[in-house]
Design a protein around this ligand. Sequence first.
Ligand code: CAA
Length: 241
Amino acid sequence: MGRIALVTGGTRGIGRAISVALKAAGHRVAANYGGNDAAAKAFAAETGINVYKFDVGDFAQCASAVKQIEAELGPIEILVNNAGITRDAMLHKMTLDQWSAVIRTDLDSLFNVTRQVIEGMRGRGFGRIVNVSSINGQKGQRGQTNYGAAKAGVIGFTKSLALENANQGITVNAVAPGYIATDMVAAVPEEIIKSKIIPQIPVGRLGLADDIARCVLFLAADDSGFITGSTLTANGGQYLA
Ligand code: CAA
């Protein structure tokens, strides 16, 4: 059954693959993006998916954007909280800006966006919420006290919201990707990827954005109603939580 879906950070990287997969599954998709107008424009032209520019770290912007999306497409029934950034640095070198930017975009966003849709989902008795965490929220990663804290927070948020809504027809789950071949991972020094990261992945390669889209599609399906509060890992065997 076709549903209305919102994917944050939905025009590039993992989010792009999720938006495309949800559309291919018959859903009407709204793809949010934060800053890269050129990429969003190209994505919209290529896929026919509506794009919406707003800052997921800003509560008021999320409120008005969700209103607009719901007026244009209908009530949001599937929410994928995917938007995220990294600002890697060892804590002893990390600035307050690096800390705050990641907590705001990767964790505050879950409150800012989900808060806009949860009452409607409860009222209608149906919802699928999928939050994108990370292997590094599960195992920790040097250079990522900010990102690790936010992504571990995503899992705590997921479990609590799942309990609050388990009797309302709403499931809330997390996906924890490993290292996926996207711009975010490409920002890691190449030498570190080759010498430190790939050798830690038993499957022997970086993941693909489609490997994660597949997980989201499964959790977002109408007939996944008994799966809630879980974290689905897709990391090539790098960390077995
Ligand atoms: N795995 C294992 N070791 C790592 C590592 C990693 N991912 N990243 C850094 N190291 C090691 C370095 O090899 C180095 O080791 P030695 O002291 O033995 O030489 C040590 O950590 C310090 O590294 P640098 O010399 O590079 O120190 P720096 O202060 O200049 O930078 C850093 C530190 C910011 C951590 C930088 O190395 C870096 O960006 N590393 C990558 C961190 C990382 O893996 N981030 C994940 C980004 S992808 C992502 O976040 C998506 C997701 O969800 C998985």
